[in-house]
Design a protein around this ligand. Structure first.
Ligand SMILES: O=C(O)CCC(=O)C(=O)O
Length: 385
């Protein structure tokens, strides 16, 4: 479904969105689904957090990582962006050097035209973005292409591997998906000021909607770790509670709302260092970033094992595949290596124990050997449901 072509400058777009953003932000703050990661007296994730997560479909964990770690993560992202291919498909960066990530089996960057909506209203991504968002006109001096996403964070940025091994985040993953949870993938969303592309409204899950044992957690969740503030203007918006509903008609939501500004949706409002847990069944999306504020979000997702093991899928990219125990065993080693990488850097923090790999700590130490044997090209074993 294409929305009517309206030519808006970035400033006009920002003005059009402002009332919706103000109201959405107020509703987001009133939801009551935010706070630090908390444990109860038994060392389990506090049940109030889980109740709020399941009620809303997302929860904002405040202050998960501090300033030193924010600096390291930002520096790594800046380094990778500086070494990106000079244009889509190029093998060299803007200085003519081999682009970062060119040694890996899969492309590390996705591009889009500034302020565009690359997938909305198309059949791309299994047609799961049915409505095109407004595409404001970028400034005359804007580049032709901007990096929209960085793929495979854990092999490109050691700081991301360390964040992946975070005790609190992995404890929440176990509380939501079971102690034998398995990984999804790791992607950086890049929304530069007055350039960042929109990600049209969609739901992530594509596999288990008709499963007899479908439930509100059937397609797992994503963490969204914020390196800069996430605002109503540059952040992801979600329709709270929509993860519980099987049939959500996104074109009808847009029609009934009179525009892509879906009624009842709220933005993820976060400070740098906050991490959102976001159910993949939520209706969600983000608008073209016509604000003056950069957003960089590190996504890392996890699934319940039973939704992956022996499941046959057609991923968004690639051929039909059945996920077997061997692939899970190999891919979950990234969790163990991440835990060790974190422990080496933040030795005063508790070390998370990932039960499926208990006793295999020695073979999963973070070192130059596991960089080559476990981490390099780990993404070829990502899961997608
Ligand atoms: O970060 C964004 O703008 C979009 C994130 C998203 O759509 C996703 O994680 O599925």
């Amino acid at each position: 479904m294409a929305t009517p072509a309206i030519e808006l400058t970035a400033a006009q777009h920002a003005a059009t969105m402002s009332g919706y953003m103000r109201d959405g932000e107020q509703r987001a703050r009133e939801l009551g689904n935010r706070g630090p990661i908390r444990f109860d007296d038994n060392g389990e994730i506090h049940p109030e957090i889980l109740d709020e997560y399941w009620r809303c479909g997302f929860y904002v964990f405040e202050g998960v990582f501090g300033e030193a770690e924010i600096d390291e993560l930002r520096a790594d992202v800046d380094r990778v962006l500086a070494g990106a291919p000079v244009e889509p498909g190029a093998s060299v960066d803007k200085h003519g050097r081999p682009a970062i990530g060119s040694e890996f089996a899969r492309p590390s960057f996705r591009f889009g035209a500034p302020l565009s909506d690359p997938v909305g209203g198309t059949s791309k991504n299994k047609g799961r973005h049915p409505v095109k968002m407004l595409e404001p006109v970028p400034a005359a001096d804007a580049p032709k292409h901007v990096v929209a996403r960085i793929m495979g964070n854990l092999q490109l940025m050691d700081s991301c591997l360390r964040l992946y091994g975070h005790h609190g985040l992995l404890s929440v993953a176990a509380a939501v998906n079971g102690k034998d949870f398995v990984p999804y993938n790791e992607v950086t969303f890049v929304k530069e000021p007055r350039l960042g592309v929109s990600i049209a409204w969609h739901r992530d899950g594509t596999t288990h909607w008709d499963a007899p044992d479908w439930d509100q957690g059937a397609h797992g969740f994503n963490y969204m770790a914020q390196l800069y503030p996430s605002t109503a203007a540059n952040g992801v918006w979600v329709l709270p509670g929509s993860h519980k509903i099987k049939d959500m008609d996104i074109p009808a939501l847009v029609r009934d709302s009179g525009s892509e500004r879906i009624e009842g949706a709220v933005p993820m409002v976060c400070a740098a260092g906050d991490v959102v847990i976001s159910n993949r069944q939520l209706v969600h999306g983000s608008f073209a970033n016509t604000s003056p504020d950069r957003r960089i979000t590190l996504n890392m997702g996890f699934f319940p094992r039973k939704r992956i093991e022996n499941v046959t899928v057609t991923p968004l990219e690639g051929d039909v595949v059945t996920y077997d125990a061997e692939r899970i065993a190999q891919r979950t080693r990234m969790i163990a290596v991440g835990i060790d990488a974190r422990q080496q850097r933040f030795s005063n923090e508790p070390r998370y124990v990932y039960e499926p790999l208990l006793g295999k700590e020695d073979e999963n130490r973070w070192n130059e050997h596991t960089r080559e044997s476990v981490v390099k090209n780990y993404g070829v074993r990502d899961f997608y449901i």
